[in-house]
Design a protein around this ligand. Structure first.
Ligand SMILES: O=C(CO)[C@@H](O)[C@H](O)COP(=O)(O)O
Ligand SMILES: [Co+2]
Length: 219
């Protein structure tokens, strides 16, 4: 089942409540929350405080994408603020296996993200335990960048492994996705589609989300 996860990073932070109420009028079930520390990536976004303040206003699944160094230090914070899925970067921690177990011990779904330069092979021993794999199709740090086509192969390989081994992880793609190029990610195997600027900078947010779901229905 294909789903869209609009990335709040491109929303108007003055108007978050209004954007969330617009999303409520669509089929969207997820919201993607990009946490950046100015260290793992060259940008600073928001942290658990903002996420916590949104929680009472929406039932959307909080898909928290941690672009922070040493994510193990902050797991409790991202559990307590209301995340449903906590995804960290393979490149950001020395002990990814124990971090996955830690996230799951709180009853949350655990995901790992790969930078464009990282290989899916580095993840192989972790895949059976993962709820989600996030393939970055831009260099993490900013919204509005161009999709890196070479990442399609990584998505395809992750789909093959998932099918062969009967694993449960959701394949998520993040970065440079638009309603005009989303089909190539879908056809490679992406199931959860992150889109930031294309959704929140659209003339009509609701129409744009509907456009994605119309495309999803064709698959
Ligand atoms: O994690 C990130 C960027 O690091 C993303 O989630 C972006 O926020 C996606 O934005 P667009 O590329 O869709 O504008
Ligand atoms: Co993201």
């Amino acid at each position: 089942m294909l789903e869209l996860a609009p990335s709040l990073l491109s929303a108007n932070f003055y108007n978050l409540k209004e954007d969330l109420s617009k999303l409520k009028k669509t089929d969207v079930k997820y919201i993607h929350l990009d946490v950046m520390d100015g260290n793992f990536v060259p940008n600073i976004s928001f942290g658990p405080g903002l996420i916590k303040s949104l929680r009472p206003y929406t039932d959307l699944i909080f898909d928290t994408h941690l672009m922070i160094e040493n994510p193990e230090k902050y797991v409790e914070d991202f559990v307590n603020c209301g995340s449903d899925i906590i995804t960290f970067h393979l490149e950001a921690t020395k002990h990814p296996h124990s971090l996955v177990q830690k996230i799951k011990s709180y009853g949350k779904k655990a995901g790992i993200s790969l930078n464009p330069s990282s290989l899916e092979q580095d993840l192989v021993y972790l895949l059976e335990d993962l709820d989600l794999v996030l393939v970055m199709s831009v260099n993490p740090g900013f919204g509005g960048q161009k999709f890196i086509d070479s990442q399609l192969n990584k998505i395809e390989n992750l789909r093959k492994i998932k099918e062969e081994k009967n694993y449960n992880y959701i394949i998520e793609v993040d970065g440079g996705i638009k309603s005009t190029n989303v089909t190539k990610a879908i056809e490679s195997g992406a199931e959860l589609i992150v889109s930031g600027s294309d959704v929140f900078k659209a003339e009509d947010l609701i129409d744009r989300v509907n456009e994605y779901y119309d495309i999803f229905k064709r698959y």
